[in-house]
Design a binder for this molecule. Structure first.
Ligand code: S3P
Length: 168
């Protein structure tokens, strides 16, 4: 199988964006971040989009964004934590699950990063979301990486796996 793109999935704050940037640099691929693209196209933060237009509208933006991005090949794409739940990821994507425990995520996020995520504000609801989503992340992924340690300690596991695959 030749994959068109690498798509990183996982819960909010698991490190998809940081991993994606490093991977792109090491593999000489272009890095794309769905949330950042949406924010810049809407000229608005995720919090503001949720507040003013609602979550459903945000999900439609995500769907459009991943569809448009995957018309091209050879990219590392970081998704928002809900994207694989609400949108379909094209089949020819190499999907990697950045698998971090809920407590690790909460401890790792700075106050600023925590505040940027509307669905993380109510901790008990976020924990329910986490539990509901993990099976889907596992089912959709071609590969999972244990992301409970620092990125430096697990990045080579992803790089080795990707180098064994054929990604355009
Ligand atoms: C969301 C995750 C966020 C962002 C939005 C909704 C989710 O991205 O897309 O706040 O539903 O899990 P990160 O996974 O980068 O935090």
């Amino acid at each position: 199988m030749v994959y068109d793109n690498i798509v990183l999935i996982g819960f909010m704050g698991s490190g998809k964006t940081s991993v994606g940037k490093i991977l792109a640099r090491q593999l000489h691929k272009k890095f794309m971040d769905v949330d950042t693209i949406i924010e810049s196209e809407q000229n608005s933060s995720i919090n503001d989009i949720f507040d003013s237009r609602g979550e459903e509208y945000f999900r439609s933006l995500e769907q459009k964004c991943i569809h448009e991005l995957t018309q091209k090949t050879g990219q590392i794409i970081a998704t928002g934590g809900g994207l694989p739940i609400y949108s379909s990821i094209p089949e020819k994507s190499l999907v990697i699950y950045i698998d971090a425990d809920f407590d690790v995520i909460l401890n790792r996020l700075s106050t600023k990063e925590h505040a940027k995520r509307p669905l993380l504000q109510d901790e008990s609801r976020a924990k329910v979301l986490f539990t509901q989503r993990i099976d889907t992340y596992k089912e959709l992924s071609n590969f999972s990486v244990d992301a409970n340690q620092s990125i430096q300690t697990f990045i080579h596991v992803i790089v080795d796996f990707v180098l064994d695959q054929r990604v355009l």
